[in-house]
Write a protein that binds this ligand. Sequence first.
Ligand code: GLP
Length: 288
Amino acid sequence: MQRSCVTTTKEPNWGSDPSDPSARLPGPATLGRATLPGGRHAPGILRLADAEAVGEQVAEWLLASRLADPSLPLGLATGRTMEPVYGALARQFAQRSAAERQRVRLQWCSFNLDEYVGLSSRDPRSFAATMAAHLVTPLQLAAESVLLPRGDGEDPAAEARRYASLLESKGGLGLQVLGIGANGHVGFNEPPCGPEVVCRCVALTASTRAANAFAFGGDPAQVPAQAISLGLSEILKARRILLVATGGAKTAVLRRAFEEPPAADLPASWLQFHPDVTVVADGAALGR
Ligand code: GLP
């Protein structure tokens, strides 16, 4: 397929006024893996034409990571941003040789970020059901190689601890794919949230329940009030992070996450403390 890559890591435009120097990331010389004052790092930025191109690129990296370096689990996300990623992954997987498909199946191990409290994996609105439909079935993966917290356990706090120790027993996350919520959440780490929080049961904000109501007949009241989510602590220990964002609705939050000092009211901003973050975004999310 034709890659519609426009430019990489040069002069990012977050939709800000380019004449305002305070509204810009450091220039090309310091972008990439540059270290900023206070141990912060500027992200690499891959700017692609549209959500489809973003999906193809991220899927390529996911597949490559399972074939070339399967030693650590993948970290996976749900959300509308990820739909083109899993669509592209299924297509790219189908084009691989039978031997490669089998290697991917044997070497697959992924941990999703989160799950709604109260929903079983059989509930079509659960993230487990989403992953089954968009990943397990098309790639014919072993269901037990695609891990999520159990949403329907009797003790969600204990389930969060079990999930965190299972991840730790596998060595932590290798490549972590993240989306970003309009309020700056990653996973379901809702603001305010520090970088030290671990996998736990979280209360969802009204804005997040409204944003996810599309999967619940459009009614925010039907969206579970709690979720189990990996914390910033597990996320920041991933070896490499891809933050995926598409569409103009993400421009402002992306800009704040990487241009302003890290702060609890914007959980994604803690990613500035990770040395290997790449923002993979379309022109709309970066501001045309
Ligand atoms: C969700 C998820 C996140 C996701 C984010 C953005 O609620 N818990 O993992 O990245 O919100 O969602 P979307 O891609 O639909 O904008």
